[in-house]
Design a protein around this ligand. Structure first.
Ligand SMILES: [Zn+2]
Ligand SMILES: [Zn+2]
Length: 293
């Protein structure tokens, strides 16, 4: 994690001391995300696509189960230690399930039904389990984004992430040109949009798109919502795009906008923008540990 990300995290902790437990989990993820060793796991031979299919879709990923288990258990341990009742209910899951690749695949593909099944099988609170497991593939996804930034087709015009298929966490309106980008909260990729558009249903009619400005904080942070599908996106005016490591923190720091959007009857779709189908292949353990234990 860079010094600036670290100070962003500390600043967030000062502003919202009640978030300290969850920020400890985020810190663990950001530290791991900075580890370049994940780059070696990014599937090779992925090329720019002109289609609507994210780069990760259909990929074969080779992972070492023991290392993956250590990382997953470290994440669950950090969350369960965090002191909240919900997260303490993760304790039964501290021994990650035997089929660690199936768990990783469900997290990677945002397969919430499968994650709920696994949570039930290990006896963990499903909501807490899902919240933590959503973060497990983040270091891998950031590595994919680092490697594939140049493979994102400039013509990509979908509402979902061109790398991992997730819906955007927020939009950035950058610089004096006011270019619009969506940012992915999982892999941190950014993709430019050429008009005001609802990412979920593709609506571009200005009469159907509303902008809500919060009472405090000016017009640099707004909610853009769609009257047709009732989806919303947070939108931030900024000089330049946030660094990859800060995307997750920007999303978290603006949770007041999510609350306001929900209060007005808007929501984010529960299912991912694109259902990834990936094949996970087991790599035999090597003597030297790949991830920290
Ligand atoms: Zn993504
Ligand atoms: Zn819409």
């Amino acid at each position: 994690m860079t010094a600036s990300t670290d100070s962003n995290l500390q600043e967030l902790g000062r502003q919202r001391p009640e978030w300290e437990p969850w920020l400890a989990v985020i810190e663990e993820v950001l530290n791991e995300t900075a580890d370049a060793q994940w780059d070696a796991l990014v599937p090779a031979g992925i090329e720019s696509r002109e289609s609507k299919i994210p780069l990760l879709a259909g990929a074969t990923i080779t992972l070492e189960p023991d290392s993956l288990r250590r990382w997953t258990e470290r994440l669950l341990r950090t969350a369960s230690r965090s002191g909240t009742e919900k997260m303490a209910a993760l304790k039964p899951a501290l021994q990650a399930p035997s089929d660690i690749l199936a768990l990783f695949k469900a997290s990677l593909c945002q397969d919430s039904d499968r994650l709920n099944e696994i949570a039930a099988a290990v006896g963990a609170d499903p909501e807490a389990f899902q919240a933590v497991m959503t973060l497990a593939p983040v270091p891998f996804l950031h590595a994919c984004n680092r490697r594939w930034t140049h493979a994102i087709a400039p013509s990509w015009a979908e509402g979902y992430c061109p790398v991992c298929g997730a819906w955007p966490a927020f939009a950035e309106v950058r610089g004096i040109e006011r270019n619009r980008y969506f940012r992915c909260g999982r892999c941190a990729s950014g993709w430019q949009l050429y008009c005001l558009i609802c990412p979920y249903c593709g609506m571009t009619d200005h009469n159907e798109l509303v902008t809500m400005v919060p009472e405090q904080g000016g017009t640099s942070r707004v909610i853009e919502a769609c009257k047709r599908c009732l989806g919303y996106v947070k939108s931030f005016t900024t000089l330049q795009g946030s660094p990859a490591a800060k995307v997750m923190l920007d999303d978290l720091a603006s949770v007041d906008l999510d609350v306001a959007a929900l209060d007005h009857g808007y929501r984010r779709p529960p299912a991912p923008g694109y259902s990834l189908d990936v094949t996970l292949v087991e790599k035999p353990a090597e003597k030297s540990s790949f991830w920290r234990g």
